[in-house]
Write a protein that binds this ligand. Structure first.
Ligand code: AHG
Ligand code: MN
Ligand code: MN
Ligand code: MN
Length: 340
């Protein structure tokens, strides 16, 4: 018998011992975790399953959809449609919201997800993942009978009640917070169960490792350029230490490294599409990752304010992202504020 606690036991403890999550939310997280196991099976098939390559369609972001983007999206919808805990879902791969068929009373939660993050890495066998965020349905007017609408989703990230990701890498690991720190669960493939392998994850406040797509350097704003130049100057420069650089182009993999050993991740606004605040999506990438990083003692800003305080105006809103080791994020943020 595996002495290590399972996901279920961890969630029951958060429910009963810490009073953090009601049974409905515990069950919703279990459904999402089961869906991630199902996605992992498709991911691991690779060329042996019909999962590689493009689906020949575009999503609302104007991105070419990979077959696995669509498969992962369908797995999450199928798993949650009858879970009974949800009122509606939103996804990177769907333009509008998916209101759960209200044959039964609808659940009180809203689930948002990036079903497959890091799609450009699918065909080259580099780690990818699923990111999810859970909000409570805002129902100030309980007499309201109309179904859930998009405006119910437009809540700032500090309203999240659960957030996490599943990374499909050499190990399949589910990383989760319900507001009581960050826990990591490794998939035991023989038993098909999630085993608690790390609790109270902590990000060191300082780091020597930065993550940014350097090919965009000529497009960056001055504060980002200043920060990265200082890192590149190494111990002879103003930082007095040498830095290392990593960029996996899967936010899930870069964030997993930062949760595991510290670092700073930046996908800032740049001049390529000046009308867009950044590339990454607020509701189902920056908010869940920002809460996880904060719960692990790190920080997450858009260069000027806490990501979790950004009030969304639309479902697929983009945002500039600077997250990770607290002292480094604060330094980059200070450079932005000084430049204003
Ligand atoms: P997605 O595959 O869900 O569209 O997200 C990809 C994102 C993120 O995972 C990653 O950090 C970033 O795009 C990489 O962008 P570049 O390819 O521009 O480096
Ligand atoms: Mn995409
Ligand atoms: Mn993504
Ligand atoms: Mn995606």
């Amino acid at each position: 018998m595996n002495a290590r606690p399972s996901l279920t036991r961890y969630l029951v403890e958060q429910q009963r011992v810490h009073g953090l999550i009601p049974p409905e939310l515990r069950l919703l997280i279990e459904v999402v975790a089961r869906a991630c196991k199902r996605i992992a099976i498709s991911v691991n098939k690779g060329a042996l399953g019909e999962v590689l390559g493009s689906a020949g369609s575009e999503n609302v972001q104007g991105e070419v959809q990979k077959k696995l983007d669509i498969i992962a999206n369908e797995v999450l919808i199928d798993a949650n449609e009858w879970g009974g805990h949800l009122a509606a879902m939103a996804s990177e791969e769907m333009e509008g919201i998916y209101v759960v068929p209200n044959r039964y009373p609808q659940g009180e939660y809203l689930l948002l997800f990036d079903p497959l993050d890091g799609s450009s890495n699918i065909d080259v066998n580099v780690s990818i993942g699923t990111i999810f965020s859970v909000l409570r349905r805002r129902n100030e007017d309980p007499t309201r009978v109309d179904p859930v609408c998009v405006s119910d989703f437009l809540q700032p990230g500090h309203q999240q009640v659960a957030a996490g990701y599943c990374i499909y890498g050499p190990q399949t690991v589910l990383v989760l917070t319900v507001g009581n720190g960050v826990a990591m669960f490794t998939l035991d493939r023989e038993q098909g169960s999630w085993i608690l392998t790390q609790e109270n994850v902590r990000i060191p406040p300082d780091t020597k490792e930065f993550a940014i797509n350097m090919s965009n350097m000529r497009h960056w704003d001055a504060p980002v350029r200043r920060y990265v130049d200082e890192c590149l100057a190494g111990k002879e420069g103003p930082r007095g230490k040498d830095f290392n650089m990593r960029w996996i182009a899967s936010m899930v993999a870069d964030v997993h490294r930062i949760l595991s050993r510290g670092g700073i991740f930046m996908y800032p606004w740049d001049k390529r599409e000046p009308e867009k605040p950044g590339k990454l999506r607020l509701m189902y990438e920056a908010n869940p990752m920002g809460w996880l990083v904060e719960q692990a003692g790190g920080a997450a800003t858009n260069g000027r304010q806490r990501i979790l305080d950004v009030v969304p105006t639309h479902l697929h809103e983009r945002v500039s992202v600077i997250l990770g080791s607290k002292n480094e994020v604060e330094r980059v943020t200070a450079y932005h504020l000084e430049a204003d």
